[in-house]
Design a protein around this ligand. Structure first.
Ligand code: URP
Ligand code: ZN
Ligand code: ZN
Length: 466
């Protein structure tokens, strides 16, 4: 007789590689046994979760979120608590946020300051990428310490020069080169931030101040240029590179060309680039402000190209880039000047369900591809060895998913602390039912379980680039 804390019984397990019927035993926060239903009679379980008729997948890993983050003088509507509660309700058990290089602090202190905000607050497990905006040769040793502390991904913005976030080419090149030397991975937000700002200034000077101008001043070619430039410097550095929020077919083409040259180049897209397109900028009044994010929404042909790339395995990750600002009271500071609208769109709650509904249920993706894109792929790429898989010894981060239920997204029910939904009224097939985080039930029957302990910081190492 084997004793387990929890038995997840009768479900269909779906991993990145396989689909099969089995029960899962959980002990001390880890998967301790996987076996068929017959053997389960030899198991004594403290708690039993009935997964019959449902899928059981590894907990989602969202490697791109902005919680409790300041931007353009405003703070995101979600803090670590509310954002990770919404994430958990949507089946995500680990998020990776950003720590920003602070001029008055060491790099390690910059991480510690951010980490302190999440400790005791985040419901899911969490980690951070370190954003580097200005590094010199002497930062190599500091970065070595940061990597030893479990931060194995650096982020470079090629946008936002006026917010002090944009790295110049020297910092981009050093970050790539140092990441190779330290066994880390460099993430790039690819755009030409300086040229974008010229376009913004011209629009404002010409009196074109409405929110639809956001898209026009951030053209796809700007993203393509940033992508190509980063690939060229990654090639020079001999470093792998990971592109966050790939939004356009042309950027994707640059990534694929680099791979043909033998480069290791990873592509992440976000759920919004798969769900909605640039026609949102044609909505009346100030409505387009809800979709002011970077890069902006693209043409429907780009949307099709991204889906095709997911199907072919050319993109490896679907994240949210969750960066919520209220429509009333935050986005509307830019009512007379679109460049003041805080950038970002909410999505942390809906990534896994929407990708299932639009991808698997509509036969654009296989079940295993879905799991790879929302969980196993990002876990592996981000160096989360214990997450994103259903193996004996792995963290028992598990989602019981009902593939048949149909429901409708509303702002009122989305649990994100933001006053609009980008997907209001959208009909979804498939819903998260139960969620375990390291063996602890944090969502039961689609509701948060009260009194659950906070999630924990997860040190990461050895990001696997492909
Ligand atoms: O508009 C966006 N995406 N805001 C968040 C910051 C970023 O660029 O990822
Ligand atoms: Zn970005
Ligand atoms: Zn982002």
């Amino acid at each position: 007789m084997m004793n387990v804390d929890t038995l997840v019984a009768g479900g269909t397990i779906v991993t990145a590689d396989a689909t099969y019927c089995a029960d899962i035993g959980v002990r001390d926060g880890r998967i301790c046994w996987i076996g068929d239903g017959g053997n389960a009679t030899n198991i004594s379980a403290g708690h039993r979760i009935d997964a019959a008729g449902h899928l059981v997948i590894p907990g989602g890993v969202d490697p791109h979120v902005h919680l409790e983050a300041s931007s353009q003088g405003q703070r995101t509507a979600d803090d670590f608590r509310s954002g990770t509660e919404a994430a958990a309700l949507g089946g995500t058990t680990t998020v990776i946020d950003f720590a920003y290089q602070q001029p008055q602090l060491s790099l390690a202190e910059s991480v510690q300051t951010r980490r302190a905000l999440a400790e005791g607050a985040a419901l899911t497990d969490f980690g951070f990428h370190l954003v580097l905006n200005d590094i010199s040769e002497s930062h190599l040793e500091e970065l070595r310490d940061v990597v030893a502390d479990g931060i194995c991904t650096f982020k470079i913005y090629l946008a936002y020069p006026r917010r002090g976030l944009m790295a110049d080419d020297a910092t981009l090149f050093r970050a790539l080169d140092f990441s190779r030397r330290l066994g880390a991975l460099c993430l790039v937000h690819a755009e030409n931030g300086v040229v974008n700002d010229v376009l913004v200034d011209r629009a404002i000077a010409a009196g074109r101040t409405g929110p639809n101008q956001h898209e026009l001043t951030r053209p796809a070619i700007s993203e393509t240029e940033g992508t190509y430039r980063s690939l060229a410097l990654a090639r020079l550095a001999g470093a792998p590179v990971y592109f966050v929020h790939v939004s356009s077919a042309d950027s994707l083409t640059e990534i694929l060309r680099a791979r043909e040259r033998g480069q290791v180049a990873v592509g992440e897209t976000c759920i919004h680039y798969l769900m909605i397109d640039r026609t949102r900028y044609e909505l009346p009044g100030f409505e387009p402000a809800k979709y002011v994010m970077n890069p902006p929404l693209r043409q429907s042909s780009d949307v099709s190209a991204l889906w095709h790339a997911l199907r072919l395995g050319q993109l490896q990750v679907v994240s949210t880039d969750h960066c919520p600002f209220d429509f009333h009271g935050q986005k509307d500071v830019g009512i007379d000047n679109f460049s003041l609208i805080p950038n970002g769109v909410p999505g942390i709650r809906h990534r896994i369900e929407l990708l299932y509904s639009e991808g698997v249920a509509r036969h654009r993706l296989g079940l295993n591809q879905w799991v790879s894109l929302v969980s196993t792929g990002p876990a592996r790429l981000m160096g989360l060895a214990e997450k994103g898989r259903i193996n004996v010894g792995a963290d028992a981060d598990l989602v019981v998913f009902d593939p048949a239920t149909q429901w409708t997204i509303t702002q009122a029910g989305h649990h994100m602390d933001v006053d609009y939904s980008a997907y209001e009224g959208y009909k979804v097939t498939g819903r998260v039912v139960h969620v375990l985080r390291r063996g602890e039930l944090i969502v039961r029957d689609g509701m948060l379980v009260p009194g659950v302990a906070a999630g924990r910081f997860v040190p990461r190492s050895d990001p696997v680039a492909m």
